[in-house]
Design a protein around this ligand. Structure first.
Ligand code: FAD
Ligand code: THG
Length: 812
């Protein structure tokens, strides 16, 4: 009952939360070690001003924050509360920011946290220090507030201690011990502590600890300026620590909080100041403050000037203290959670803000104790999500510094993350450039969104034009490419689609254990199927092609699929899994004329009888050896044609020379996304994630409960009868009101769900938005509204798929 022996490294907000949550679940053979004193260890948690803003574009991050608010609100230390629920106010000083606040209000509403937009007067009423002349409006989230991080550490330490957890202050971990690929304990400066599981909650020191087991932890500690004023005459006599809401002024890269009769000022506008984990001093060397560097006043000059303009009362005050405090940034702004893929029993919970700390503690505890996390969908946070290049020190440093700079910027959902680019290019790259490709990034790959060379296609077509926000990273060419795909034929670069090879005498049985469908069928079969977690949640949707008795090719969604496969490999060596993506490439050739293009290029039979729908075979296209799979995410006749990277250019040229004279085109991801939504094909990560089961997501057809056992089967049998929410197809009549995803859906005035992905359907002539809704609202014809910036867009539930429900196109 006491569970395995666990050592948690680090007693900051994250380690303390985990110790509390894991002991609450009955694991009490737990030791928490920290190099510093307790509860103020000298780590980032000791210096955080503790602002908790729950608003986030990620549903998971908002939910982790919401749980943190709920939990810390219930904790105190000898009557002193761990959370001051003063509310959170974000203000706009530009029209663009005001629009952005509406978008952010949409997120928070979509994720089920209450928030409301305020007029300028209401902002000033809430926060009287703000200059009325500077603000245009604000977003108020009443449940936001201030976490007292050190108190939260202490409160959670006390709870865990009562359950039998041991806390060892002033124990520095010098090494993590392992044998046969499993952790066995940690070595501290005061001796060895044996362990079955080690969890690294070492904050900015994380990379140093991870390296002890050979793990590359992609985060960068960056300095961030925090200053405190002396007393403000305007606040004289304020005896409560905080009365005004925490305040964000993103246009100035600034945030503020009360501290009695002074205020705290946080600033992100200065130059990035990264440090390496090795350069951070230990507690003794640093005089107890290793996560703090000296305040560089010059870097703060603009912040102070802007503060005096926005909050005129500060003109009467002085900056009395300041720090350059260190905390972790990551390449995609998500935390790093999970178990090392190489060393069993070595786990990390890193790059976590105070804001998400209790949520992460709970998520990690569930994951460790149950083997999966049922409260939160963690696919964005999994430490094993990265592609190999995304672990390189140069990439990590560059991206992390960039994320520091952009932390409060208004970012469009399609906006590619700038430098370093390009990182990965397919063999088609130069040819795509010649055709004026406009590239966005996918898993590092440069992938055409549309081709400027197709501009003449726009002429003479009636094309729907989106509104301002949706018109960014968009062109009318996208609409034309979509239509032409359904009229003639188009070539799509599918190289970014992650491809795994599963090989060996045990491969068929191995896959059958992991997937919901039957994949050990005849050689040449292709199956659309799902990977589930043990609780029946969808981990991925994949295609599995049987290319030979002991050889399968898997079309996957990302590195987490590779990680999932690798973790489940049989110990006897009878199966090998390999990522063949970098060495191969893929062209999707789709459209009614696809066969006219391909058949003359080959002696192999590409008639309907020669290669049926959802079948694969090896063939030659001209001189190029390909693996051809007859399926199409855009819902048209055609094939995915795979070959090795060296043959890519030749394949491209061969196909293009044949396609162009027939009116064929090159088409990009913008068209692709519109076409797949017309066809109702789900995209993992956007439309469905770990928290959804196949029945509610509308992919129950990919589950065969009549086959042998597979991961998640037992849970599915329970979940099947209980579908309360549904991924639902909505259409929008007004082309200028096409939304983008993550917007709230309203039934009357009540927020009832959220949009997952959306696009205009250029061949069906309607806007399309997929949304999660209560099952009772999922019936066709139900009239609803989507919240889009400051507007409510009319939408109606539609029968799906919207395009070609009889599959006449695909099966032709
Ligand atoms: P830490 O608190 O750093 O804990 C890690 C622990 O690991 C430390 O106690 C350290 O001593 C221990 N450790 C490391 N190496 C070893 C070793 N070898 N042996 C033993 N022990 C070891 N977040 C918010 O949500 N809101 C804010 O307003 C906010 N403002 C911030 C302002 C500043 C100036 C700073 C610096 C950070 C701010 N943050 C804020 C971020 C937040 O403080 C951190 O993300 C969070 O505290 C990290 O918690 P942690 O437990 O992971 O790390
Ligand atoms: N191609 C390949 N693999 C993939 C994708 C792909 N793996 C990841 C992702 N994309 C998987 N998503 C889908 C979604 C739908 C279909 C294929 C891959 C699809 N579905 C048909 C349908 O629903 O009608 C057929 C289903 C069936 O017959 O079982 O085609 O793009 N290689």
């Amino acid at each position: 009952m006491a569970g395995p022996r666990v050592v948690i490294i680090g007693a900051g907000v994250v380690g303390a939360a985990l110790a509390d949550e894991i002991s609450a679940r009955g694991w009490t053979e737990v030791t928490v070690v920290d190099q510093g004193p307790l509860p103020a260890t000298g780590g980032s948690s000791s210096h955080a001003p503790g602002l908790v803003f729950q608003t986030n574009s990620s549903k998971t991050m908002t939910e982790l924050a919401r749980y943190t608010v709920e939990k810390l609100s219930s904790l105190d230390v000898d009557g002193e509360p761990c959370f001051l629920q003063v509310g959170g106010l974000e203000i706009a000083t530009t029209p663009e920011r005001l629009a952005e606040l509406h978008r952010r209000h949409g997120w928070i509403t979509a994720w089920g946290v209450e928030g409301r937009l305020l007029t300028a007067d209401e902002c000033v009423a809430r926060h009287p220090l703000v200059d009325r002349e500077r603000v245009l409006g604000g977003l108020l989230v009443p449940t936001d507030g201030l976490a007292k991080a050190v108190l939260a550490v202490e409160a959670q330490i006390r709870r865990a201690t009562e359950r039998g957890v041991t806390f060892l202050a002033r124990h520095e971990v010098l090494d993590v011990r392992q044998a046969d690929g499993e952790v066995t304990g940690v070595l501290t400066d005061q001796g060895e502590i044996p362990a079955d599981i080690v969890v690294c909650c070492a904050g900015i020191w994380g990379p140093k600890i991870a390296r002890m087991v050979g793990m590359n932890l992609p985060l960068t500690p960056l300095a961030h300026q925090l200053a405190w004023t002396g007393p403000l005459p305007a606040l004289a006599g304020q005896r409560e620590e905080a009365v005004r809401p925490i305040l964000r002024h993103q246009d100035g890269d600034l945030y503020y909080r009360d501290r009695f009769d002074g205020i705290g000022i946080g600033y992100y506008g200065h130059r990035p100041m990264p440090v390496t984990a090795d350069d951070i001093l230990s507690v003794d060397e640093a005089d107890g403050m290793p996560s703090v560097q000296e305040f560089t006043e010059d870097d703060f000059a603009d912040a102070w000037a802007e503060t005096r303009a926005l909050l005129p009362a500060t003109r009467e005050a002085k900056i009395e203290e300041g720090i350059n405090g260190l905390f972790s940034f990551t390449t995609d702004n998500f935390p790093l959670l999970g178990e090392s893929s190489d060393v069993k029993g070595f786990w990390v919970a890193e790059a976590v803000w105070v804001t998400h700390s209790a949520g992460v503690g709970r998520a990690m505890a569930e994951w460790l104790v149950d083997g999966f996390c049922s409260s939160f969908d963690l696919h964005e946070c999994d430490v094993n999500r990265f592609e190999p290049h995304q672990l390189s020190p140069e990439y990590v440093l560059t991206r992390d510094c960039r994320n520091f700079v952009e932390v409060y910027d208004i970012l469009h959902p399609l906006q590619p993350s700038g430098d370093p680019r390009p990182i990965r290019t397919s063999p088609f790259y130069a040819r795509q450039q010649e055709h004026g490709a406009v590239f966005l990034e996918a898993g590092g790959w440069e992938r055409p969104q549309w081709y400027e060379a197709n501009a003449p296609l726009v002429e003479g077509r009636s094309l729907a034009l989106p509104g301002d926000w949706a018109a960014r990273f968009w062109s009318p060419v996208v609409a034309a490419e979509a239509q032409v795909t359904r009229e003639t034929v188009a070539m799509y670069d599918m190289t970014a689609l992650k491809r795994l090879e599963v090989a060996g005498p045990g491969a068929a049985a191995f896959l059958e254990r992991l997937v919901t469908g039957k994949v050990a069928k005849s050689v040449g079969s292709v199956t659309y199927t799902l990977l589930l977690d043990h609780d029946g949640g969808i981990r991925s949707d994949i295609t599995v092609a049987r290319l030979a008795r002991d050889l399968f090719q898997v079309g996957a969604n990302g590195n987490l699929d590779l990680d999932w496969f690798t973790r489940h490999l049989p110990a006897d060596g009878s199966v090998q899994v390999r990522d063949i993506t970098p060495g191969t490439c893929c062209i999707g050739l789709w459209g009614p004329l696809a066969r006219k293009v391909l058949q003359p290029l080959t002696d192999d039979d590409f008639s309907d009888a020669g290669l049926k729908y959802f079948r694969a075979k090896r063939a030659y296209v001209g001189s190029v050896p390909v693996t051809a799979m007859r399926l199409s995410y855009v819902g048209e006749l055609g094939w995915e044609l795979y070959t090795t990277a060296d043959q890519g250019g030749k394949l491209w040229d061969t196909l293009w020379r044949a396609a162009e004279p027939l009116g064929g085109i090159l088409a990009g991801r913008g068209a692709f996304n519109s076409l797949r939504l017309e066809k109702g094909y789900r995209s993992f990560g956007a439309d469905m994630t770990y928290e959804h089961d196949p029945y509610e997501a509308g992919v129950g057809f990919a589950v065969r409960l009549d086959k042998g056992d597979f991961i998640g089967k037992a849970a599915l049998e329970r979940r099947r009868a209980d579908v309360r929410r549904k991924l639902t197809c909505l259409t929008i009549d007004d082309p200028g009101s096409v939304v983008m995803g993550k917007e709230p859906v309203y039934d009357g005035e009540r927020a009832v769900g959220y949009v997952t992905s959306a696009a205009y359907g250029h061949t069906i002539g309607k806007g399309i938005a997929y949304a999660w809704l209560p099952a009772g609202l999922a019936a066709a014809g139900t009239a609803l509204h989507i919240g889009y910036f400051d507007r409510r867009v009319e939408a109606v539930v539609a029968e799906e798929p919207l395009f070609d429900p009889t599959m006449s196109r695909l099966r032709g």
